[in-house]
Ligand binder design. Structure first.
Ligand code: ARG
Length: 588
């Protein structure tokens, strides 16, 4: 359905035209002086030069033409030539009525749907998920939902890191610890065991041990590099270990992402790109893009007008093994072949900005993607602790995701029990739901590209711009609506009446922008816009609630209108938090 502003624009354009001016000047924007008006039109100012007339005069003429319309309650001309607009209450009520009966709550779908591969999550097998992977998962999940809601075809791919040095390190460490294992017997020709020679917790200990050792022991590092290269060439014993590692890690990762309510359509990995590497490399050589430099195979990607140094893209190392860049390029080849996307969107730490710049340039230069295919990098900022440095454990180590979630949930549990709003046995489940909102909203309410401070106290607060505050507002509405039902009323069934006061009108107006904001949040890759929006709606709802009697109201028509307004507010908030990636509890 057409948005409120679009409807105003149509009316304003007609008036400009009727007064003899360009209809394109008729455009409304939300007022930046809400104390004076709700919307304003600056078209007369824009037209003044062209028509060589004072903007005030133009505005007056347009106002004349608007006067008989039913959309505006008041139209005022103020100097030097603004049209200050207030929306008519009946028109507003009718608009919301339409919105309430629309499954999409008034949100249009995009006029140009795209097929988008979204690359987010990006965990590495054999390494525990840490907070660095949290943002990618949270932002990616929200953008996936927003993109689909907007009408795009979005496929989420976790793109596991499983083809790099960490695999060689684990294999080498294992070889040192248990050289007798059949995987290391080069003459072995039988089947490899089904069961892994380690558990997931052993694996989590093996990797850091190997990584530490490689830093002190150059020979060990050399061995690990060689093992990585042999794995990439498909050495059977190493492939068998790699399969064990992947299987164990994957089960663990899936469990973690489930807790975060983050899901993927594809669980593909860097290693899936391996089959595409030889042909891609050969072609780049044949077509003269790739050349040898100090033993490595590279492609130049710098431009004459670069303001910073863009080093060549390394395709293959001197030992023939591939790198992060290689698998990312070959993954583009794979995605082109399998999914033919209009866009590939990467949601990765902004510190990988140079890597993606190189990969995108190389992909374009060598024609891996058609010109019209978009390659987009959404680089997000760092999640910092209160000290302004990357978030760490109290002991100063890397914080594991599980640990972070546990801390938040415990804090939420404490607050909920303090509130005594939920019976003990439900309190834990409620704490997990509210805790997730604290983490996700705390993250998403910041512009993705910026660093932010992860502040458990602030994020878990029931007051202020937080997830729990939004949920608290939803639960509050739910409780009024359920009381109304207990009294035999039917919220949502009545007819919306024009607002009777300013707080009610403010709430009604806030609801009208849902569709525009939700779509804009995707086009700008900016879930924070949707957060800011629902914070406004929640504030409007709470001011309205404080000043309005609802359940005890005598006037039944008025009461059912108010209940319907609450019901619609609830729907808008619920839909919005779903798009952000969290949900609300029954009570809290
Ligand atoms: N595994 C990588 C990391 O932990 C992130 C992967 C991001 N996606 C990609 N296509 N490179 O840094």
């Amino acid at each position: 359905m057409l948005g409120l502003i679009e409807r105003m624009d149509a009316e304003l354009s007609k008036a400009f035209e009727a007064a003899g001016y360009d209809p394109a000047l008729g455009h409304a924007v939300v007022s930046n002086r809400p104390d004076l008006c709700e919307y304003q039109c600056n078209g007369a100012m824009a037209g003044a030069k062209k028509y060589k007339k004072a903007p005030f005069v133009i505005a007056e003429e347009v106002k004349e033409k608007l006067a008989s319309g039913s959309m505006f309650d008041s139209v005022e001309v103020v100097r030097p030539g603004f049209l200050n607009l207030k929306v008519d209450g009946s028109f507003l009520a009718a608009y919301l009525e339409e919105m309430a009966s629309d499954e999409r709550l008034g949100a249009e779908k995009t006029a140009s749907p795209r097929t988008i591969i979204m690359d987010y999550g990006g965990p590495n097998v054999a390494k525990p998920l840490h907070v660095g992977h949290l943002r990618s998962a949270i932002i990616g999940e929200s953008l996936k939902r927003l993109g689909r809601f907007a009408g795009h075809t979005v496929t989420g791919d976790v793109h596991l890191g499983d083809w790099g040095l960490q695999m060689g390190l684990i294999i080498t460490e294992l070889r040192h610890r248990k050289p007798e294992l059949v995987y290391f017997d080069d003459s072995y020709e039988g089947e490899y065991p089904e069961e892994a020679p380690f558990t997931i917790s052993e694996l989590e200990e093996i990797y850091p041990a190997a990584s530490a050792r490689s830093k002190e022991d150059p020979a060990f590092r050399e061995e690990a590099l060689r093992a990585t290269s042999l794995l990439q060439q498909g050495k059977p014993g190493y492939m068998a270990i790699w399969r064990h590692i992947n299987r164990l890690s994957l089960a663990d990762l899936k469990k973690n992402y489930e807790k975060l309510d983050v899901s993927f359509d594809l669980w593909k990995a860097e290693s899936d790109a391996q089959p595409y590497i030889p042909e891609m490399v050969q072609r780049m050589k044949d077509e003269g893009y790739a050349y040898e430099d100090q033993g490595a195979l590279v492609v130049d990607v710098k431009n004459a007008d670069d303001t910073r140094e863009i080093p060549p893209c390394i395709l293959l190392k001197s030992d023939g093994s591939s790198l992060y860049t290689t698998t990312d390029l070959a993954t583009i080849v794979e995605r082109e072949k399998l999914y033919d996307p209009d866009e590939i969107l990467y949601i990765v730490d902004k510190r990988q900005d140079l890597h993606f710049e190189q990969v995108f340039r190389c992909a374009r230069k060598t024609g891996l993607v058609p010109d019209e295919t978009r390659l987009t990098f959404l680089g997000f900022g760092t999640m910092n602790g209160k000290d302004g440095k990357p978030f760490k454990t109290r002991e100063g180590g890397v914080m594991r995701l599980e640990e972070l979630i546990r801390e938040i949930d415990e804090e939420m549990f404490r607050k909920i029990v303090e509130n005594k709003s939920v019976k003990d046995k439900d309190a834990e489940d409620t704490a997990a739901i509210v805790g997730l909102s604290a983490i996700k909203y705390g993250d998403l309410s910041n512009q993705a590209t910026k660093d932010y401070i992860f502040d458990i106290d602030r994020f878990t607060s029931f007051e202020g711009n937080t997830g729990p505050y939004i949920l608290y507002t939803i639960v509050r509405i739910r409780s009024i609506l359920s009381k109304a039902r207990e009294e035999g009323l039917n919220p949502g069934e009545g007819k919306l009446l024009p607002p009777v006061n300013d707080v009610e009108k403010a709430l009604m107006l806030s609801l009208t922008s849902f569709g525009t904001v939700a779509l804009q949040a995707f086009e700008e890759l900016a879930p924070h816009r949707l957060c800011a929006y629902i914070y406004d709606v929640a504030n409007a709802l709470n001011s309205f609630y404080h000043e309005t009697r609802i359940l005890g109201l005598e006037d039944k028509e008025q009461q059912s209108s108010l209940l319907k307004l609450l019901d619609l507010t609830q729907k808008v908030l619920e839909k919005s938090i779903w798009l952000l990636g969290f949900s609300s509890p029954e009570r809290m």
